[in-house]
Design a protein around this ligand. Structure first.
Ligand code: GLN
Length: 323
């Protein structure tokens, strides 16, 4: 067993969860629910759930686990995993591997005019364009996520998707800047180029609006922690090289402009999303999912971060760089 005394582990996670939940006066309670996407503004700041799945499929979860939430930027991990598994390192002819050091939706590019990495909005829109270029669509991404996380039904929140498409002005602007930089895969003429970029951005919005819960996210993460094999089904989902690329870029870029201090403090590859989700992968051990809408100034869930702090204080082998 990866975690020999899972009952003890479960108790520790439950205690950590309760401690963070009741701790309303610490720095982690200063966060704010995102409001720039109208449906997300309706979130209750007290919603809080967490799950853990080990690389041999031992699973537990606590809190508001029956609620679904939109995957948002954690979908960047799903999309990048999917396309890297098909294209390998050729993905990086179109998107870089460097942290951007600025906000997730900043209109900045590397020296070649390309997105800095697949974990920020520009990079994920580019990844979506590569998925479209391969003739794939949201159904293929949903099927991939289902197989990877052992779920029967995974759906897009259509209302949220339409709202993001309508009001996601920054993402429309980022797409236009990438058109201006001439960095999308080449098409025959300007009409096709425009249609292609529209379809790519559309896929990005749909991919942000996929509804998940702590169970499916923890299981997706456990597949990554298990070097690409789904622990529950034994299916190989990703090639080891893809897993390495995904987990490494989560480490350096997954927490946006908070990535440096997060990895220095905790050493746990993680990816956050603006609805308050957090996926934390501990290679060889398993993965945590947490969800709590209030965000810090970098756009990362405050309770999610605190919970990883709590568990890391108990288990000193969570830090990849200090075991
Ligand atoms: N849909 C969000 C956006 O594009 C995703 C960003 C995030 O989760 N940080 O702005």
């Amino acid at each position: 067993l990866t975690i020999p005394h899972f009952d003890k582990f479960r108790t520790n996670l439950e205690n950590g969860y309760n401690k963070v939940k009741l701790d309303v006066n610490n720095e982690y309670s200063w966060g704010e629910v995102a409001t720039y996407i109208p449906p997300l503004a309706k979130a209750d700041p007290l919603w809080f759930a967490t799950g853990f799945c080990s690389t041999d499929g031992q699973f537990c979860q606590f809190g508001d686990t029956s609620k679904v939430f939109s995957i948002q930027s954690i979908g960047k991990v799903v999309a990048y995993s999917f396309i890297h598994n098909i294209m390998g390192e050729d993905v990086h002819n179109f998107v870089g591997k460097e942290p951007s050091g600025v906000a997730f939706n900043a209109p900045v590019f590397d020296k070649q005019g390309k997105p800095h990495n697949p974990m920020v909005n520009t990079g994920a829109i580019m990844v979506c364009s590569l998925i479209v270029h391969q003739g794939k669509n949201i159904q293929d991404l949903l099927e991939f996520y289902k197989r990877a996380s052992d779920q029967e039904v995974i759906e897009v929140d259509e209302e949220l998707y339409l709202e993001e498409k309508l009001t996601g002005y920054t993402n429309h602007a980022l797409t236009n800047l990438m058109l201006a930089n001439n960095v999308f895969p080449k098409k025959a003429n300007p009409q096709e180029t425009k249609a292609f970029s529209d379809e790519s951005l559309d896929l990005y919005f749909k991919n942000c609006s996929v509804l998940v819960n702590t169970q499916s996210l923890a299981k997706f993460g456990a597949m990554l922690a298990n070097n690409g094999i789904n622990p529950s089904t034994g299916d190989r989902i990703l090639r080891p090289n893809t897993v390495k690329s995904v987990v490494t870029l989560m480490t350096s870029c997954g927490m946006y402009d908070g990535a440096g201090s997060f990895i220095k403090d905790l050493g746990v590859p993680s990816k956050s999303g603006v609805s308050g989700g957090l996926l934390s992968v501990i290679p060889g051990l398993g993965a945590f999912s947490t969800w709590s809408p209030p965000l810090n100034k970098e756009g990362n869930t405050v309770r999610g971060i605190q919970l990883i702090h709590e568990l890391s204080a108990i288990y000193n082998n969570f830090n990849l760089f200090h075991r």
